[in-house]
Design a protein around this ligand. Structure first.
Ligand SMILES: *Cc1c(COP(=O)(O)O)cnc(C)c1O
Length: 390
């Protein structure tokens, strides 16, 4: 038996291998079925122990292997895999919070829209949105009915961080549960359960899958009772991931470590190139020493991925659009975490300069890029051509 204890590379490559169970195949099969029949009428009526598998909305052997892998990589005991990151996030919030409860949430986080549109407008919850860079904001937002603190560090447009240990301590002191979206770092670069957070969410549609071919999500926690409720919620809402997607997620995770190392290496070169470019007023990348929270980053992360943003020094929307039109490798797209490089201008869809500032940018002229696996030199050349096209 391999000793997997907290070894990301061994877990990603081999945990869940069960050669004897699967005809000695090196790859566990995809259990592409909705149903497992039962051994006997007794196991159906409950007189004999029931099988773990009986209906695909509740459990599936392929999904289970992926759950074991993610749990171990995140240094957690239990993982539940969902049909999307949003399904995993929604399950977490809806399981912790009831009508009348209060949520504190980082305002740039991905889940903010769900909390506003669904939890507050339809479920009778209240929410306070905080910038997240100052622990005092969390402290001040706590109310007697606060049940959950939602963070995402770093946030994925402007790349500010939250002090994860500090937030966890405030929550513990007040009996509040904590949730983090750890999709940016992946378990390779950050393990929030070790820093005191109760629940970790990942979208698998980004780095865990890694090939832009699946939508999926996962929730990890050490709380057995809570995770039973989460599993129940997934069954009731029908939000389990499909077997094929789970199998592709498992395949993606085998190379998570090598991919992330290369994404990081490339992104750092690109960030340095951008920082030295006269058209660029600021680069938002936590891996740069110029990032205002660089020290905090080093105290809670082991690295940074391929995602960053920068602001072009212009007042002219057309200049930014011309930059984007000059790119050949970076395709216009809203996602990230795959092998491919992408670009988008999230604050330019609105003419409102203030809303960009509210989210932590200096201007609307923010360009977000994902540095894929095409090679740093190729990406820098592509960006250079973009600037020449301005
Ligand atoms: C994409 C994304 C999500 C949502 O994941 P889906 O799988 O698309 O539902 C959540 N958090 C972050 C940071 C994301 O980028």
């Amino acid at each position: 038996m391999i000793d997997f204890e907290h070894d990301e590379q061994l877990i990603a490559t081999h945990l869940g291998d069960d050669y004897g169970r699967f005809l000695n195949s090196i790859i566990p099969p995809v259990f592409m079925n909705s149903l497992h029949v039962l051994d006997s009428i007794e196991s159906y009526t409950g007189a004999a122990p029931a099988s773990r598998y009986f209906y695909g909305r509740v459990s599936n052997p392929t999904v289970e292997i992926v759950e074991q892998k993610v749990a171990a990589m995140e240094h957690g005991k239990y993982a539940v895999v969902f049909a999307s990151g949003m399904a995993a996030s929604a399950a977490a919030v809806m399981t912790v919070c009831n009508p009348g409860d209060h949520i504190i949430c980082v305002k740039n986080s991905y889940i903010k829209g769900f909390i506003e549109k669904f939890c507050v407008k339809k479920q009778g919850m209240t929410a306070t949105f905080v910038g997240g860079t100052d622990l005092q904001e969390f402290e001040d937002a706590v109310r007697p009915n606060t049940k959950l603190i939602v963070i995402e560090s770093p946030v994925s447009l402007t790349f500010s961080l939250q002090d994860i240990r500090g937030v966890a301590a405030i929550a513990k002191k007040n009996g509040i549960k904590t949730y983090i979206d750890n999709s940016y770092c992946t378990p390779i670069f950050q393990n929030p359960l070790d820093l005191g957070i109760d629940m970790v969410m990942h979208t698998a549609s980004k780095y865990l899958g890694g090939h832009s071919d699946i939508i999926g999500g996962v929730l990890v926690s050490n709380d057995e009772e809570f995770m039973k409720e989460i599993r129940d919620f997934r069954g009731s809402y029908g939000a389990i991931i499909g077997p094929m997607e789970a199998w592709l997620m498992m395949r993606g995770m085998r190379t998570l470590d090598v991919r992330l190392q290369r994404h990081q290496e490339t992104a750092l070169k690109v960030a340095h190139y951008l920082e030295a470019n006269d058209h660029v007023s600021i680069v938002h990348y936590p891996g740069l020493e110029s990032h205002p929270q660089y020290e905090l980053m080093k105290s809670q992360q082991r690295g940074n991925c391929g995602l960053m943003s920068f602001e072009i020094d212009t007042k002219d929307d057309e200049a930014v659009y011309s930059f984007v039109r000059g790119l050949k490798i970076f395709q216009i797209g809203v996602s990230w975490g795959g092998f491919e490089s992408l670009v988008c201008t999230p604050f330019m869809r609105s003419k409102d300069e203030q809303s960009a500032k509210d989210q932590g940018a200096n201007s609307r002229m923010l360009v977000r890029i994902h540095c894929g696996l095409e090679g740093a030199d190729n990406l820098i050349e592509d960006l250079e051509n973009g600037f020449k096209n301005m």
